[in-house]
Write a protein that binds this ligand. Structure first.
Ligand SMILES: Nc1ncnc2c1ncn2[C@@H]1O[C@H](COP(=O)(O)OP(=O)(O)OP(=O)(O)O)[C@@H](O)[C@H]1O
Ligand SMILES: [Mg+2]
Length: 191
């Protein structure tokens, strides 16, 4: 069974287009209070998870909520597409300010699967053109992630998504205060 080891606390950015299965994956592996979802933020503000008119306010809430959790610091999972650098950058800044490692968790799901899951889901439907555009941004993001400053970039293949087990590696406060120490600790554990 494949195991994914994640530092804890950390800021985990799920990265995948709509329909890939981010919310499903998050609900399977993390507790509800650990997950901050952009769609839930839309709902908290407007009672409608699909309301695109409150995007700015929803992300304002998402960032505020993230900042408060990282100040503790607590493991925080961002359930949003995060395919655009403009979405990832403020989150990376929050992690850096809180001296918590940021992890890019890529759900490497094909466009065909995203489209087919989107068609089959009962609760909502995202326009296919939007998913195609997000997929285009997603493939371009994959080329740039290594230069954005994550402590780890983990890429989960579609066929391992259902079987993966997540192992939480506790990081001490002393390690958190030194980003370099966090990276070295993770490297040591890998070897
Ligand atoms: N591993 C999986 N195998 C089969 N179906 C899945 C899997 N993961 C998710 N699904 C189904 O695919 C659909 C989309 O999943 P989900 O809502 O989790 O995607 P999402 O990435 O959160 O999309 P969005 O960005 O639009 O919120 C749902 O109907 C879900 O039940
Ligand atoms: Mg979702």
């Amino acid at each position: 069974m494949p195991i994914l080891s994640l530092p804890t606390p950390a800021l985990i950015l799920l990265i995948a287009p709509s329909g890939a299965g981010k919310s499903t994956f998050a609900a399977r592996h993390f507790s509800p209070t650990e997950i901050i979802s952009s769609d839930r933020c839309r709902a908290f503000i407007s009672d409608d998870e699909n309301n695109q008119q409150v995007t700015q306010a929803a992300f304002g809430l998402l960032h505020h909520w993230t900042r408060l959790r990282l100040a503790q610091p607590r493991l925080t999972v961002i359930d949003a597409t995060n395919v655009q650098y403009s979405a990832r950058q403020p989150l990376l800044r929050l992690a850096r300010a809180a001296q918590v490692p940021a992890v890019a968790l890529v759900l490497d799901v094909s466009l065909a699967t995203c489209l087919s899951r989107n068609r089959q889901r009962p609760q909502r439907f995202v326009a296919e053109e939007i998913i195609r555009q997000q997929y285009h941004e997603f493939t371009s993001a994959l080329l740039h992630l290594s230069r954005e400053g994550y402590a780890q970039i983990r890429r989960l293949k579609e066929d391992t998504l259902d079987s993966i087990q997540i192992l939480r590696e506790q990081i001490t406060r002393e390690q958190i205060t030194d980003e370099q120490a966090v990276r070295e600790a993770l490297e040591t554990r890998k070897n």
